[in-house]
Design a protein around this ligand. Sequence first.
Ligand SMILES: NC(=O)C1=CN([C@@H]2O[C@H](COP(=O)(O)OP(=O)(O)OC[C@H]3O[C@@H](n4cnc5c(N)ncnc54)[C@H](O)[C@@H]3O)[C@@H](O)[C@H]2O)C=CC1
Ligand SMILES: O=C([O-])CC(=O)C(=O)O
Length: 332
Amino acid sequence: MVKAVVLGAAGGIGQPLSLLLKNNPSVTELSLYDIVNTPGVAADLSHISTPAKVVGYLPPDDGLKKALTGADIVVIPAGVPRKPGMTRDDLFKINAGIVRDLATGIATTAPKAFVLVISNPVNSTVPIVVEVFKKHGVFDPKRIFGVTTLDVVRASTFVAEVHGDLGKAPTVVVPVIGGHSGIVPLLSQSSHPLPSGFAQESLEALTYRIQFGGDEVVKAKDGAGSATLSMAYAGVEFTNKIIRAVKGEKGIVAPSFVHLSADKNGGEALKKEIGRDLDYFSAPIELGPEGVVAIKSLGKVTDYEAGLIKTAVPELAINIEKGVSFIDSSKL
Ligand SMILES: NC(=O)C1=CN([C@@H]2O[C@H](COP(=O)(O)OP(=O)(O)OC[C@H]3O[C@@H](n4cnc5c(N)ncnc54)[C@H](O)[C@@H]3O)[C@@H](O)[C@H]2O)C=CC1
Ligand SMILES: O=C([O-])CC(=O)C(=O)O
């Protein structure tokens, strides 16, 4: 029995994400919460002949609490998306408060649920969720995840394109680390190595495309939002990995932005590798029934990749601190 909850379920990501979760036969209950339109989305999805019972909730009558009661997994794509010319950090002023309030609901109603944060800026919204959980005395670093899977999906797709074979994309595995902003693809570790003689200039262009794939979509949508369909795909890919790990499947590894205390050694080895005592980082993590089992070493990186990490880290530290101090100064 798996109860999955989507907070922000009526949105551009929320709707296709809910559809894909409804398509997973392991999900037995699908609870949809938003400030608008969830009854319609739930009625629509409920006609699909898969096991999940679908219910939509709105804020009145304790809707958030009802949506979250008994949750095993909570996915959060609530909040505003970017328009051209904005950075993810520009979304902080609206999304920080939304995520804080939803996190308070989870901490008080379903503190043991796995929490998957999609709302941007992920580098700050994950610390917001963590700080809220700490304030309620229910923080478990193994169960709170920033979803960076879209970066991994883009890397797989774009590397497959280099090989001239999109059919390869599902099997191309590229570790993507850092944050969501401060994205660092480790192309030297791709399961499908780049062709020998791949020029440094081409490597830099490919790296840039993975790092700024979000901008590519924001620009193409021309004011109508950011990635929604590919994000829904990526969000469900990560959610399904958590479900498989909870069910006892071993050896599942996926990058995610987590609090480094989730690692059994407190992330000390990783901190050495990145050269700074950050509390959060996106690195490949091994998943198990209780969430994070271990945070993997970054392994051997090239000088170019080391340079990208060095550039990303100070910005990450600022993003993290912004989330932490937002909750410090919030009256909870
Ligand atoms: N982690 C990642 O890789 C990605 C993250 N995102 C982020 O996901 C977020 C959502 O994007 P879209 O779905 O395109 O936006 P959207 O505007 O289409 O949908 C957001 C939904 O959140 C709802 N919402 C607003 N306040 C709420 C609250 N207090 N409680 C519950 N629901 C609330 C809205 O009613 C709306 O239905 C954005 O912050 C965007 O930047 C987008 C793409 C990739
Ligand atoms: O770029 C954005 O604003 C949305 C996002 O996070 C992505 O597509 O990676």
